[in-house]
Structures are given as structure tokens and as C-alpha cells.
Ligand binder design. Structure first.
Ligand SMILES: [Zn+2]
Length: 477
């Protein structure tokens, strides 16, 4: 929605907002699930059963077509490829093994000129744009025509929703970044219903013990087949429902996105909603996606976009070794992302998944955004902080803020049970991860503010990072 429409929406009474959500929903239902949507998701389902050689050749062909398109139609890539000694002739016989020869694409390049990746055929009249939430720095502008949009939903239908036993056409609940309920509103309802998509959209900004009865009654009324949206918001909702002992509808599945779904969160979601939670990893740039199969592993989808995981020197990581995710997308043929440094960290799995989908490589560990990790005392090592607040019933919400290499602030929203033992446990756990040279201050807060997009940031580091992966002259160093 445009800024003006957003403002009108915020000032309107609830019934007008409901109409607005309805009209918006009608438009989106047509745009998302029409056109090439059906044929595309069926093709994704079909490819899952292909022999490895056939799948490999298909992915290689996608890549060849995309790099050639980039060279011929995007001035930026033509110049960057040439600078790295890549000719059109090489691109014509491009193989998957050649991908590391192409230069990396920096976020700063896309930020400084949002149109830099557009093909010349759409440069003058670009398709509709979306912006990344931009919790750090200028947002990235992502252009998406309806075909690319349908393609993005199609891969999720085939490889995320279908694996979870549901469909994007099923009724669903959503907790996400859209400001469906103005932040200042203190009276229910804290949701809006979109009839066309059978979707109840909840506010991510109003989840609290006082407001949760309204969320529960909407879930019980609309009975969504699948609950979707932010991992943290769905988890906080589940925990309050559990604490207050409400009877709540059980969906067939929960699919969380946009944030890490940590094991304790998963456990709470599964037990409160008497179902199974699945994790989905993606980004608004829509270059690559990872989705969870029935065996609980996170598969990537090279036929949608290739994911590489690189060391700081640009070499690929070994299985189990943490590195930076770099993505090359195929679905968007108007704004082209090739070897894009998306800013997330992950490691490949050390063993194949028992589900047998071996053409879809498995991520063993997903750490998330680099700035969502704490820098180790040597200034480079990334330290994972999941588990810091596990089994601490005195902590309703916890957040780690690294102010300096040797200084951490732990923000805690305490429950009445919060005690000195909890504080000491937190201190001890931080020292176990970072050593005793780090000072730890625990602050008790009434609430931890959400990001402007409603996300909850569990870890924030204000420490400047060392420069990371580069491929000088197109060849890994
Ligand atoms: Zn699997």
C-alpha cells in the first residue's frame, strides 16, 4: 500500500479498514494465485521426483539463461562480468562449476541505485516495487511483476505448504509486518479478516496477556488450517495462551518465516497448538528459499535459486562450517540478483536428509543475519546465543545487545518468578560463551520494543564487522 493509503487506513474506523483489507485481499488473491501459479507449482512438484542428472541439467540451464540475460540486458552485469574477464562466449557454455568465477553483488550496490539490476526492457517502466524492512541501513527496493510473484508463491506451495500437508489456498492466520491494526489502538479487535484469501491477519504489535483473549477468539472463530508468519510473534502468542490456560483451535500445521525458529519455540508451538511447526527461510529479494521437510531438515531449492555458503576468502565452506549465504535467483527475470550477499550466515548439513530429496541440499545450521550474532573476543568469531534463556521461567522475554566487544547488555522482561538465581544463570551462560573478560549488565524492562516491521530481534550487535567475503578478479582467493 502507498504511504497515503496507509495513513487513510490508520485513521479509518474498523469497518472501513475491514473493507480495505477485503479489497486489498481480492487484488492479491488474483495476483498471487492466478496466471502461471498452477503450472509453476506443479512443475516444482514434478521435479522433486527427477533423477539427479536431469535435475542438475535443469538447474544449469536456468543458470545459463539467467547469466546470459544479465549480461545482455543489464548494463551493470555486463560491465562487472567484463571487468572479471567473463565473455559472452563463456556465458553461452556456462556450467554450474563456473558460478564462483562471477563477481559478488553487494547490498550497497543495490541500495545506492535501486534500478541498477533491472533489465533494459523494464528500466523505464519498472514493475511494482517492495522494500525490505531495512532494520539496518537503507531498504533494498525489490521489483516484482505478477509472474515473478506467482512463481514465488508457487515454490512455497510445492515445497513448503505441501510438505507441511497444507496449501496456500487453505484458510490461514498470519502475523507479520503489515500494520493491519494501528499501533496506538488499545481496543480489540487486533486482527482483520481477508475474505478472498480466507486469511485472518493479526497484529504483531498487540500480543500481550490483556489482548490475547481477542487473538484466541479470532483463531477459534476462523479456525485457520495453517498458521503463518513471524516465528517470535507466534511463539509469544502461544506462550501467553499456555500461561493463561485458554482453549485454542488446533491448525493442521504452523509455518513460520522471517525469523529463526529455535527448538524451544518449536516445542511451545507444537504443544500449545497441538500440531507441528515448520520453518521457512526466505527473503524479500526472493532469490533463494529453504523449507522444512517432514523429516525436519531445511532444504534449499536450486531450481528456484542457487545458494552458496562462502568463507571470508570467498571459498565454499565445508559441510558443518559456518559461512555467508550468497544467492542467485531465477524467478525474477526483470530485476536480476546474481551472487548476492544477502547478509545471513549458515552451514551445510553434514549428512543427507533421510527423506531422500538429495537434489535439494540441506542447511544444517541457520544462524540468520550477521548483525544478529555476537562477535567473539577475537573480533571475528561469531558466537551463537540461542539457548541463553532456555528453562528460565522467570524470563518472559530476553534480548542480547552487544554494545562493544567486551560489553553486553541483557534486556529482560521479568515474570513475578524472576530471581537472583535467574540472573546468575544468565551471567554464567554468557561467560561460558564469551569468557569472563566480558562485562554483563542485566536490565529489567516492562517490554522489549519490536522493530518497525514488528519483528523481535533476540540479538543485536553494535560491533563493527571486519570486511567479509570477496572474490578478487572473479576467482576465489
Ligand atoms: Zn528432507
Amino acid at each position: 500500500m502507498s504511504k497515503v493509503l496507509d495513513r487513510i487506513y490508520a485513521l479509518s474506523p474498523v469497518w472501513i479498514q475491514q473493507l480495505g483489507v477485503g479489497a486489498y485481499g481480492w487484488y492479491w488473491a488474483r495476483r498471487r494465485l492466478g496466471g502461471v501459479f498452477d503450472e509453476t507449482w506443479r512443475a516444482y512438484v514434478d521435479r522433486e521426483g527427477w533423477p539427479p542428472d536431469r535435475f542438475h541439467d535443469f538447474v544449469e540451464e536456468q543458470l545459463r539463461v539467467q547469466v546470459l540475460r544479465a549480461y545482455r540486458e543489464v548494463a551493470y552485469y555486463r560491465a562487472a562480468f567484463r571487468e572479471h574477464g567473463i565473455s559472452e562466449e563463456l556465458l553461452n557454455r556456462f556450467h554450474l562449476e563456473d558460478l564462483p568465477r562471477l563477481p559478488l553483488l553487494e547490498k550497497s550496490t543495490v541500495r545506492s541505485d535501486p534500478n541498477v539490476l533491472l533489465t533494459k526492457s523494464v528500466a523505464k517502466t519498472p514493475p511494482p516495487a517492495f522494500s525490505t524492512s531495512g532494520t539496518t541501513g537503507t531498504p533494498i527496493r525489490v521489483y516484482l511483476d505478477s509472474k515473478a510473484h506467482q512463481h514465488n508463491i508457487a515454490v512455497r506451495e510445492a515445497r513448503s505448504f505441501r510438505w507441511a500437508g497444507v496449501s496456500v489456498r487453505d484458510s490461514r492466520s498470519m502475523i507479520g509486518g503489515r500494520l493491519v491494526v494501528p499501533k496506538a489502538q488499545s481496543q480489540p479487535p487486533f486482527w482483520r479478516y481477508n475474505h478472498w484469501e480466507k486469511q485472518v491477519y493479526f497484529s504483531a504489535f498487540h500480543i500481550s496477556p490483556a489482548n490475547v483473549p481477542d487473538y484466541v477468539s479470532a483463531l477459534n472463530r476462523f479456525q485457520p488450517a495453517v498458521m503463518t508468519g513471524y516465528a517470535s510473534a507466534n511463539f509469544f502468542l502461544a506462550r501467553i495462551i499456555d500461561e493463561l490456560g485458554y482453549q485454542v483451535h488446533a491448525p493442521r500445521a504452523i509455518i513460520t518465516s522471517s525469523e529463526r525458529l529455535e527448538p524451544p519455540m518449536r516445542g511451545t508451538l507444537d504443544s500449545v497448538f497441538r500440531t507441528r511447526a515448520y520453518e521457512e527461510y526466505g527473503s524479500i529479494e526472493n532469490c533463494a528459499i529453504a523449507t522444512e521437510c517432514e523429516k525436519g531438515r531445511l532444504h534449499t531449492h536450486p531450481d528456484f535459486g542457487i545458494m552458496e555458503i562462502l568463507r571470508p576468502d570467498g571459498q565454499p565452506t565445508a559441510p558443518g562450517e559456518l559461512g555467508e549465504i550468497v544467492v542467485t535467483g531465477f524467478a525474477n527475470v526483470q530485476q536480476i540478483f546474481i551472487r548476492y550477499r544477502i547478509g545471513d550466515l549458515a552451514a551445510w548439513a553434514t549428512a543427507p536428509c533421510p527423506c531422500g530429496r538429495n537434489s535439494l541440499p540441506v542447511i544444517g545450521e541457520l544462524v540468520g543475519r550477521q548483525e544478529d550474532t555476537v562477535v567473539g573476543p577475537d573480533g571475528r568469531e561469531t558466537v551463537r546465543f540461542h539457548g541463553l534463556f532456555v528453562d528460565l521461567p522467570g524470563v518472559a522475554e530476553g534480548q542480547v545487545v552487544q554494545e562493544a566487544l567486551d560489553r553486553l547488555v541483557i534486556n529482560v522482561v521479568p515474570t513475578p518468578n524472576f530471581s537472583r538465581v535467574d540472573k546468575e544463570t544468565i551471567q554464567a551462560r554468557v561467560i561460558a560463551r564469551l569468557g569472563s573478560a566480558v562485562s554483563v549488565e542485566i536490565r529489567e524492562l516492562a517490554g522489549i520494543p519490536r522493530e518497525p516491521n514488528g519483528k523481535f530481534r533476540a540479538v543485536i550487535s553494535r560491533v563493527q564487522r571486519r570486511p567479509a567475503a570477496r572474490t578478487p578478479h572473479g576467482h576465489p582467493a
